[in-house]
Design a protein around this ligand. Structure first.
Ligand code: PMV
Length: 314
């Protein structure tokens, strides 16, 4: 019988295709080597305790049936409900990355908790089943999302992904020469997704045309990634950034870091994720030079490696 288990899940970066992925187009995502740790331990009695100090939650006692729970434990509680967990439990989470970066901490936690529960109850869950439970949990909490971040947390590597996990393909790529710059501003994904949805409704098909354009960029970039043609992928990232600017999700702060990276010689640069803040990414052969330029423009450089391993039992 297993009484205690520790699992870890990687964070993620969207490479190309954000927003369009919600509307049935593919996106490209890579898992990064900064990880979320989740420890699950069976305890006596019926109580469930959640300790998530990174998000200000200290030994929160959850009683099944509790209606309103603090923001920091919502994804854990949704995962417990969807798994159908019964019995005493302590869940502890610890992240190597800040929840402010947009590296997908909520998704990483959701996957980590479900993986712990499956191990503790000795229930075999294949990756697709794990994805479906995690996706339902995320939709229960935030109502919107494609689930690309869950796929990165589960499968790891670099993926081509279609909303809801309709298609998840692992790409054969080398380590990507990525430079990541954080704007210092936390973005609210749900608000940005709703904003794009409203624009789409009143756009007489123009936003759909943008999404079609993004789909072509994603499909070309997939080929470029598999060939290691970074110059080509960089150019496609620049094109994708233009489309995101047209959608109105980029910001002055993101543009400043993106322009600095390009002027310093990056093959390409764009925002990564919903926009509105969080991180930008650049593809470049001189990461130190690009990193310096990003820092000079006010960004915080985050060192990550791409294509990290998916969820694993430690
Ligand atoms: O803000 P992030 O890093 O969670 O990325 C959001 C990407 C969107 O395509 C806008 C939403 C989604 O779930 O795919």
């Amino acid at each position: 019988m297993i009484n205690k288990v520790e699992v870890s899940t990687p964070g993620k970066l969207m490479l190309l295709g954000e927003h369009a992925v919600i509307y049935g187009r593919p996106c490209l995502v890579t898992a990064v080597d900064q990880r979320m740790k989740v420890i699950g331990e069976k305890v006596g009695g019926p109580g469930i305790t959640i300790d998530a100090p990174d998000v200000g939650i200290h030994d929160f006692e959850y009683k099944p049936g509790d209606g309103d729970v603090p923001k920091g434990v919502r994804f854990v509680v949704a995962a417990l409900k969807n798994f159908g967990w019964n019995g005493g439990l302590k869940i502890t989470t610890a992240s190597e990355f800040s929840s402010e970066f947009g590296f997908g901490s909520s998704s990483a936690v959701t996957v980590g908790v479900l993986k712990c529960l499956s191990e503790l109850s000795e229930t075999k869950l294949d990756n697709k089943h794990l994805f479906d439970l995690a996706y339902k949990s995320v939709l229960d909490v935030q109502g919107v999302g494609s689930g690309f971040d869950l796929a990165a947390a589960i499968w790891g590597g670099t993926l081509r992904f279609v909303t809801g996990g309709k298609k998840i393909e692992s790409l054969k790529t080398k380590e990507l020469p990525l430079v990541v710059g954080y704007t210092g501003i936390k973005a609210d994904t749900t608000t940005l997704v709703k904003m794009v949805s409203q624009k789409r409704e009143g756009s007489y098909g123009i936003v759909e045309e943008i999404f079609d354009q993004v789909e072509s960029l994603v499909n070309e970039a997939r080929v470029g990634l598999e060939k290691g043609n970074w110059e080509q992928v960089g150019g496609l990232m620049n094109e994708n950034q233009k489309e995101l600017e047209t959608l109105g999700v980029s910001t002055i702060e993101l543009s400043r870091l993106i322009t600095a990276a390009r002027e310093a010689g990056a093959w390409g640069a764009k925002l990564s994720g919903a926009g509105g803040g969080d991180c930008m990414i650049a593809l470049a052969d001189k990461p130190k030079v690009i990193g310096k330029a990003i820092a000079k423009a006010g960004g915080v450089v985050i060192n990550v490696s791409s294509g990290a391993e998916g969820v694993r039992v430690e």
